[in-house]
Write a protein that binds this ligand. Structure first.
Ligand code: COI
Length: 365
């Protein structure tokens, strides 16, 4: 049962079908936004209310809005997929709603009930359904970005008494331009992304801000992304900041860092742990010393490494670099066959090309 009822105001000067077609031809990632947005407000006195679907546009934000000072903010990332019959679906929205609720609790924000979260997605996708790319268009989708922030104008440090929830939508192609080419990773030893008892398991903007210096350092060393280690011992692999990591071993195990509280519990990550069994891989969640990666890549125990997330789905990892060294697990004739098989299995389910035997899809339109 939803609590919120959404008032819909359509944009009078809606984007023309020709312009939408032009955008959907080559959407990139996160650059173009649809005609509408969802907005709802929470107040400490009144709870959730004033839910609207309205024309996309800037927020009126007081310069004292707490989010701008204390970063009380959370978000989610999801996609809407068009199937061959024109229907539009999303993937495991209950998992995103649950994580959004966990993130809200960690950041002392109000919880938006799961039914309202899912209804808000249905609302924006139904109003902006012309922006969902055709199902036959490779891996194009409509990326959905629900987020919540402290909009109260108050500089005292305490949980805000007025909070804004919003959903925006953006047509998306591949997250990394240049196709499915392996990313080179930099081991960030000077910077950690999150610490014990911190906000690492929450999807909050601050975690992404704190990953950027490591990311920049990686770029300076010719890498695409940084891999972060645990902040207490600088020994164990955590994640990339925006993606979880998997290692496939020669003896058929698929290993990912266990959820220690400082790693984001990716929806793609948990789906891969299920799908891996269908490929006769034995899933393993445990702490992975970075030395195990270095040794395994050098001696051939590791046959594949890949990163995963909603945005990029599955991306093979190539070389690993650090201050003073590098290692590459790829040998002559290397193929990222598990990364590719897992990626195809996920996309086939998401686009309705394979049976949804896990019950992961929810119809939006
Ligand atoms: C995702 O893949 O879902 C991410 O978290 C990356 C996103 C922040 C662009």
């Amino acid at each position: 049962m939803t609590q919120l009822s959404f008032e819909v105001t359509r944009r009078a000067d809606a984007t023309s079908p020709e312009r939408i077609a032009e955008v959907l031809e080559n959407p990139g990632f996160g650059k173009t936004f649809t005609d509408h947005m969802v907005v709802a407000t929470w107040t400490a006195d009144g709870g959730w209310g004033d839910a609207q679907v309205k024309p996309y546009g800037p927020f009126q934000l007081d310069p004292a809005a707490a989010v701008l000072h204390y970063a009380q903010e959370i978000f989610e990332g999801m996609k809407a997929y068009r199937h061959a019959d024109g229907s539009i679906w999303t993937f495991r929205p209950e998992a995103n709603a649950a994580r959004f609720a966990r993130s809200a609790r960690r950041l002392a924000l109000p919880v938006l009930p799961e039914a309202d979260f899912i209804e808000s997605l249905r609302q924006i996708v139904s109003v902006d359904q012309a922006w969902v790319p055709a199902g036959d268009a490779g891996e194009k989708s409509l990326y959905l970005r629900p987020f919540m922030f402290a909009s109260e104008a108050f500089l005292g440090v305490r949980p805000a008494q007025q909070v804004t929830y919003s959903v925006i939508a953006s047509p998306a192609g591949a997250y990394f331009s240049g196709g499915l080419k392996p990313v080179t990773l930099w081991i960030s030893t000077d910077y950690a992304r999150a610490g014990e008892g911190g906000t690492g398991a929450a999807k909050c903007g601050g975690n992404y801000a704190s990953s950027l210096a490591g990311q920049l350092e990686g770029i300076e060393h010719g890498c695409d992304q940084a891999v972060f280690l645990d902040s207490s011992t600088h020994t164990y692999i955590e994640e990339l900041g925006g993606m979880n990591l998997f290692i496939v071993t020669k003896d058929g195990r698929i290993v990912t860092p266990e959820l220690t509280g400082s790693i984001l519990e990716g929806v793609t990550r948990s789906s891969i742990l299920e799908i891996a069994k269908e490929l006769d891989l034995e899933p393993e969640e445990r702490r992975i010393p970075i030395q195990e990666w270095k040794d395994g890549a050098a001696n051939g125990d590791i046959v594949e490494i890949f990163a995963c997330g909603t945005a990029a789905v599955v991306t093979p990892v190539g070389e690993l670099r650090w201050a003073g060294g590098s290692v590459d697990h790829r040998r002559e004739g290397h193929e990222d066959r598990y990364a590719e098989a897992i990626r195809s299995k996920l996309l086939d389910i998401q686009y309705g090309r394979a049976e949804d035997s896990h019950g992961w899809l929810t119809r939006l339109v």
